[in-house]
Ligand binder design. Structure first.
Ligand SMILES: NC(=O)c1ccc[n+]([C@@H]2O[C@H](COP(=O)([O-])OP(=O)(O)OC[C@H]3O[C@@H](n4cnc5c(N)ncnc54)[C@H](OP(=O)(O)O)[C@@H]3O)[C@@H](O)[C@H]2O)c1
Length: 278
């Protein structure tokens, strides 16, 4: 009898925030690996399209509306997932809300709305699905956080606060789950090319990027592809029993510099060079 019975090959999974970006790519990757998936977000049409395209490709998928800010919606999502696919073995808690704004410019309502999705919504999901995993002594939960949790940055006050809080939440959970057979993992992406932030006012975005550059963030212009981040999530849940990826930070590789060439300037804009004095 192995110390850790292997995971079943077919592992029903749920993915939140699957209407776009990383969540959509994670659902595709999990389905491609043979796992049935239930995908959820508020934009039901996008989730339905995703589920249909997975089914067209021979996978098993179901879409169900999900608003993480609404307890009854989370409960309905979790019940529908379990009824449709059986016991859920993999939870990818990916959905996230992000807005720009300094601490002083962020209204209490905006701070609350962000925490309500990114932290409290995650907690609603965990309470709906994880107790059954603990009862079965196996399962994987992946929390998609952000590198802002490790390195907070200015002008994204509500988002930074929520992701910092989320990582604290997961690290407590990891300790509490020790010995339960359930693995809780942090996947902490850096810049990824998705719709996130694309709805911000372009002027606000320019100010945010400029502020980050001045604080040493946005060191080069490369972004990760959502599909690449999804590969990492799939790798985390595919690890054999007996090993636990607690935290995996992902960053885009910097553009490769020629060995003997001049070092290319990095950062979002050409560095300003003072004119030579005469
Ligand atoms: N892109 C990056 O550079 C980056 C970097 C680090 C971390 N991340 C994290 O990666 C995760 C995915 O973001 P993304 O980059 O893929 O951006 P995205 O395409 O905007 O995806 C965000 C997802 O969250 C969902 N969502 C937002 N509010 C929700 C709610 N109340 N209930 C349910 N779903 C909700 C959205 O769906 P609906 O609007 O349809 O509800 C959407 O599917 C987020 O947690 C984000 O913080 C992203």
């Amino acid at each position: 009898m192995p110390r850790f019975p292997p995971n079943p090959e077919r592992r029903p999974a749920v993915v939140t925030g699957a209407s776009s970006g990383i969540g959509r790519a994670v659902a595709v990757a999990l389905a491609g690996a043979g796992h049935p998936v239930v995908v959820g977000a508020r934009r039901s049409d996008q989730c339905e399209d995703l589920a249909a395209s997975i089914r067209d490709g021979g996978g098993q998928a179901l879409a169900h509306p999900l608003d993480l800010a609404d307890q009854s919606s989370v409960d309905a999502f979790a019940s529908a997932a379990t009824e449709a696919l059986g016991e859920i073995e993999i939870v990818v808690s990916n959905a996230g809300r992000s807005t720009a704004g300094s601490v002083l410019d962020t209204s209490p309502d905006e701070l609350h709305a962000t925490l309500d999705v990114n932290v409290e919504g995650t907690h609603r999901l965990v309470r709906s699905l994880v107790p059954a995993m603990v009862g079965r002594r196996r399962g994987d939960i992946v929390f998609v956080t952000s590198d802002v949790a490790e390195r907070p940055r200015p002008t994204m006050a509500a988002y930074v606060t929520s992701k910092w809080g989320l990582e604290g939440y997961v690290r407590s959970l990891q300790m509490e789950l020790e010995g339960s057979g359930v693995r809780a993992s942090i996947v902490r992406p850096g810049p990824t090319l998705t719709g996130m932030g694309m709805d911000w006012d372009p002027g606000v975005t320019a100010t945010v990027i400029d502020t980050w550059a001045r604080w040493g963030f946005a060191r080069h212009s490369s972004f990760m592809r959502p599909a690449a981040v999804a590969e990492a999530v799939l790798a985390v849940v595919s690890l054999p029993r007996g090993i636990h990826a607690t935290t995996l930070e992902l960053q885009p590789e910097a553009p490769i510099e020629p060995i003997d060439g001049a070092i290319e300037p990095i950062g979002p804009a050409e560095p300003q060079v003072e004119e030579e004095s005469r």
